[in-house]
Design a protein around this ligand. Structure first.
Ligand code: SF4
Ligand code: SF4
Length: 164
């Protein structure tokens, strides 16, 4: 039997709010094929983060759940979803809009975006150094890599208690 969602907290206007944002124009064209999720590196690292599911939540009007979710910070902003979507849904920009709204409405700290960007940069540098170790390039030391990892952890921990 088809399940009907009835919830007085649903916000039917949320999809229109997102559609008005740059990149959000095509969100209602999503037909839930899952191509975005299949190619998403954040999904492959953590299945709690699922672009197709987030889009369904937006279309259903689950505004509070989406904006308050810690998972919205797992997106790498890599644009793979936007590039591969057969319906031209630009989910990468939709995720930017969600983060922007969430911060403006005080659901997440103002510096969250800059911290996430710094962590992403450090993580990419960590990966680069490990690949250079793997390929035998000179000039990469274990200590330099450990220092980068510790810096990343400090950056993440300094922001761990500032939600709300
Ligand atoms: S790839 Fe596009 S159409 Fe398919 S689920 Fe993702 S957003 Fe929807
Ligand atoms: S931009 Fe975000 S949601 Fe899209 S594929 Fe990359 S990590 Fe996944």
């Amino acid at each position: 039997m088809e399940r009907i969602v009835v919830d007085r907290h649903l916000d039917a206007g949320f999809k229109y709010e997102i559609a008005e944002r740059p990149g959000g124009e095509n969100i209602r064209k999503c037909f839930a094929c899952g191509t975005c999720t299949a190619g998403c590196p954040a999904f492959h690292a953590d299945h709690e983060y699922n672009p197709r599911r987030i889009i369904r939540m937006i279309l259903l009007g689950m505004r509070e759940e989406v904006l308050a979710s810690p998972a919205i910070w797992l997106c790498h902003q890599c644009y793979a979803c936007s590039a591969n979507c057969p319906q031209d849904v630009d989910f990468s920009h939709i995720m930017m809009a969600i983060r922007d709204i969430a911060v403006r409405e005080g659901r997440h700290p103002k510096d969250r975006l800059s911290r996430v960007e710094e962590i992403t940069l450090l993580a990419n540098e960590f990966r680069r150094d490990c690949i250079k170790l793997l390929t035998g390039e000179d000039g990469i030391t274990d200590d330099a890599i450990r220092e980068r990892v510790e810096k990343t952890i400090r950056l993440a921990r300094n922001g761990e208690n500032d939600d709300g």
